[in-house]
Design a protein around this ligand. Structure first.
Ligand SMILES: [Cu+2]
Length: 195
């Protein structure tokens, strides 16, 4: 190998790094909601409408952190699917929160599932586990949404005109099958809406 080739290689790599770095900080970076903004809402039980916990959402630079805190026994022991649904209402407790609509998604026809090759929908989230005893505490994170009134790049706004809702289902979400990963009935709901 000629001595000069050793010199050229590091220079070439350095120029590549410079180009990538410039792309990361391009002016077209999507706007985000104010970082650190929070929104807290009661979690209501289906049928009774009782408040069984609190949901606290916090905007980060790349998505929304979701903290769920529920009373002991608020959910049946085991796994429960969680999603962002389209409309910010949990008033229809007797109807099992059907008014919250389908999942938050980018288009009319979303494909559900964090593990679905054609998914996910913007409202998809990991499931949470309810222990047999004691309170239920969970933190989830979504890079698909923003705690804002308008989209932030590809991130969908949770606080658009009619808000959105966090819905907890009766069973685990398998993250593959349509339309809700087999998660079953809607058992709890927290409305995320301007007030
Ligand atoms: Cu759902």
């Amino acid at each position: 190998m000629r001595p000069w080739s050793l010199l050229v290689l590091p220079l070439a790599l350095a120029s590549c790094v410079t180009v990538i770095d410039a792309g990361d900080h391009a002016p077209a970076a999507p706007p985000t909601g104010p970082i650190g903004r929070t929104f807290e809402a009661p979690i209501l039980a289906a049928q009774s409408g009782a408040e069984i916990g609190r949901a606290t959402l916090t905007e980060g630079p790349a998505g929304v952190l979701i903290a769920l805190s529920l009373a002991p026994g608020a959910l049946t022991p085991g796994w429960h699917g969680v999603h962002f649904h389209q409309h910010g209402t949990c008033a229809d407790t007797a109807a099992g929160f059907q008014a919250s609509g389908a999942h938050v998604r980018h288009g009319a026809a979303g494909v559900h599932g964090l593990l679905n090759p054609d998914g996910p929908e913007a409202g998809d989230l990991p499931s949470v586990y309810a222990p047999a005893a004691g309170p239920i505490e969970a933190q989830l994170f979504s890079s698909f949404v923003t705690l804002s009134a308008s989209p932030a790049g590809e991130r969908m706004p949770l606080l658009d005109a009619d808000g959105s809702a966090i819905v907890i289902h009766a069973a685990i979400d398998d993250q593959r099958t349509q339309p809700i990963g087999g998660a079953g009935a809607r058992v709890a709901c927290a409305a995320i809406a301007a007030r």
